[in-house]
Every structure is written in C-alpha cells, then in structure tokens.
Write a protein that binds this ligand. Structure first.
Ligand code: FMN
Length: 218
C-alpha cells in the first residue's frame, strides 16, 4: 500500500519513497474487486470512503456532477439515496442513466462506473430511512433540496417544528419525495496510480451474464 504523500509535480525521489503500487489483478468479477478496494479504502481514508461523484444529464443534455454516498452494492448494482425532487432526482427520472466516480487519495486509486438507473423499492428505501438518526430523518423531510431558500431561519424553523412533533421517535415517516436509486453497471474501470504516470487501468464490460476485461493505456 502507498505510505507517503506525492506532491502535485512529483520528482523521481518522491516516487521512490512513496511505497508499493500493486498492479490490478486480472479478474472477471468486478464486484468482488470493488468490494476489496472499498474495504481497503474504508481502512485507509480519513472520511467518507463511500463518497462518490454522481454524474447526470439534464433535460437539455447538459452534464452535472455532485458527491453522494454509496449506501450499498452487490451484483444488482450500486445504491444511493436523495431527494427525488432535487436537480439530480429530476435528471435521473427524465434520463435514467448515470456515471459514478470514486477517488481514494490515500490509495491513489480511482473507480469509474457507468450504467442505467432504477428506483430502489419502497420497502428497501423505508428500511434505510428508518436506520438514519432521527435528526437526519427530520432534515431530509425539511429540506427542499436544490430549490432556493429565502433564508436559513426558515429551514431551521421547519426543523424545530418537526423536532417538536417527532422528537426521537422511531416512527418518523419517510416523505414520498425522498428515495433511492440503483445504478446497474454496464462498465466498471479500475485505475491504480503507478510511478511516472505509467498508471494501470483495467476496464470490465458486461457481456451476457458475465464480464470481459481489457487493459487500457493510461
Ligand atoms: C461527502 C458528501 C456526501 C454527500 N452525500 C449525499 C447523499 O448521499 N445524498 C444527497 O442527496 N446529497 C449528498 N451530498 C450533497 C450533494 O453533493 C448535493 O449538494 C445535493 O445532493 C444537491 O445536489 P443536486 O442539486 O445536484 O441534486 C453529499 C455531499 C458531500 C460533499
């Protein structure tokens, strides 16, 4: 594993001192490899190892990107939760495909994922919503995410009112404008930094029930 920092414009000695960089193993199981890299990221990253860029396109075809948290993944796809009426919610409802990007700086790794997007079932969304701390559920209810806020006091007032109603109750209901999306991957690319920009890339494409892989020039 990498052990020391790499400055923005590295010298030969910066690379020499910066620890090992394993090449990406050949695999036909990108979910298994992602699971391994995510576990290593969880151990290495100081914060939010599950943070990922989520790229969408709006109704005019203009791209947009923001960070969201990956809340689960398996062979069916990669899930995240949000306000369905937010900008991203509207983009994904109108144009249900997206791309995800992870950058684990401490490991000098990137993963890119592209695919189609579907809504997470109500039952699965309710289970995740119920697992959140009560104040986080209340702020999800109170936020008109991505829409203009006259001033912060209005938001805080709404939160105070909801807190009076619900307190720490486990029964805070999920609003119907809050939900999850699952991205079903068609491509997953793993990238590992190597010295002097000779980086290693392994890209897997879905083929039938399985995956085929290609090494790409960096
Ligand atoms: C580390 C981090 C994690 C975030 N996680 C989420 C998330 O899981 N869901 C979400 O809706 N917004 C999350 N956000 C906020 C989004 O980046 C974004 O500001 C918000 O969702 C509105 O995006 P939109 O206007 O494109 O819909 C996160 C931001 C950061 C920096």
């Amino acid at each position: 594993m990498p052990t020391s920092l790499i400055p923005p414009t590295p010298s030969a000695s910066d690379y020499a001192d910066s620890g090992d960089r394993p090449l990406i193993p050949e695999t036909a199981d990108p979910i298994g490899l992602f699971q391994q890299w995510m576990a290593e990221a969880r151990a290495a990253e100081p914060n939010d190892s599950n943070a990922m860029s989520l790229a969408t396109v709006d109704a005019d075809g203009n791209p947009d990107v923001r960070i969201v948290l990956l809340k689960g993944f398996d062979s069916a796809g990669f899930t995240f939760f949000t306000n369905l009426e937010s900008a991203k919610g509207q983009h994904l409802t109108a144009h249900p495909s997206a791309a995800l990007g992870f950058h684990w700086k401490s490991l000098r790794r990137q993963v890119r994922i592209r695919g189609s997007v579907t809504r997470v079932s109500d039952a699965e969304t309710d289970a995740y919503f119920a697992s959140r701390a009560a104040p986080s559920r209340i702020s999800a209810i109170a936020s008109d995410q991505s829409r203009p806020m006259a001033n912060r006091a209005v938001f805080e007032q709404r939160i105070a009112e909801l807190s009076t109603i619900y307190g720490d109750s486990p029964d805070i209901p999920r609003p119907d404008y809050w939900g999850g999306f699952r991205l079903t991957p068609i491509e997953i690319e793993f990238w590992q930094d190597q010295a002097f920009r000779m980086h290693d890339r392994l890209k897997l494409y879905r083929k039938g029930d399985g995956w085929v892989s290609l090494r790409l020039y960096p």
